[in-house]
Write a protein that binds this ligand. Structure first.
Ligand code: SF4
Length: 243
């Protein structure tokens, strides 16, 4: 059984083509700009089996010929065994699998048992969308409550595995929308030969109302949204550092 927050049957932004997007419940991160705080608590969500999820998808399988299934959240790797089962069953049916993750749960590489589990998941994963929250360690802790080290180590590991990756980065005015971290991010990405795509996304505050409804403080209430132009400018900075 997996703990599932919700399912989107016609996703067009989380991987290639039209996708069946499964939002996993539970996330250890606390990104200040998270627009899904209702996915954080693993105790919430609906119990579903992998077969139930795939049966639902198969009702309209023809929609997904150009795409496939995406696991997002929340943090799908929090339910690693279930995620691996879901992707194994999807692959057995010839469905393209995409994992959208922050990489926070990538284990210490000395932990061989944990690493073997990640490897098993990656055998069943066609594409990883890896969200790098902040390239600066201390700033990442302020923004998400966690170190950026697991995500960066995961990026390097995926590179060694030759696993296709799309990197995502949200630009937040005054936090990530600065020349120095964007340049550092570009220098890091330059080392990833497996990166197929870079998506630089402007921060938006659409999730704010969820925090109000949940009676939670919204940390970025005084932070302006980023414009599309600012995101495009940030992407140019990153790409310039990748040359
Ligand atoms: S990793 Fe994603 S779901 Fe988790 S807190 Fe950050 S934005 Fe929200």
């Amino acid at each position: 059984m997996g703990k599932i927050h919700s399912i989107e049957t016609f996703g067009t932004v989380d991987g290639p083509g039209v996708r069946f997007v499964v939002f996993f419940q539970g996330c250890p991160m606390r990104c200040q700009y998270c627009h899904n705080p209702d996915t954080w608590d693993l105790a919430d969500g609906q119990d579903m089996t992998a077969d139930e999820i795939l049966d639902k998808m198969e009702r309209n399988l023809v929609f997904y010929e150009s795409g496939g299934i995406t696991a997002t959240g929340g943090e799908p790797m929090l339910q690693l065994d279930f995620l691996t089962e879901l992707f194994s069953k999807a692959k057995a049916k010839g469905i393209h699998t995409c994992l959208d993750t922050s990489g926070i749960l990538f284990p210490d590489e000395q932990n061989k048992d944990a690493l073997a589990k990640i490897e098993r998941l990656l055998w069943q994963t066609d594409l990883v969308l890896l969200d790098i929250k902040h390239i600066d360690e201390e700033e990442c802790k302020k923004l998400t409550g966690h170190s950026n080290r697991p995500a960066l180590q995961f990026a390097r590991y995926l590179e060694r595995m030759h696993k296709p990756v799309w990197i995502r980065h949200v630009v937040v005015p005054g936090i990530t929308l600065k020349e120095k971290p964007l340049t550092e991010l570009g220098r890091f990405l330059r080392t990833l030969s497996n990166m197929e795509k870079l998506e630089v996304l402007p921060y938006h505050s659409l999730g704010k109302v969820k925090y109000e409804n949940l009676g939670m403080e919204y940390a970025l209430k005084d932070t302006p949204q980023a414009t599309k132009e600012e995101a495009a400018q940030a992407e140019r900075m990153i790409r310039a550092a990748m040359e």
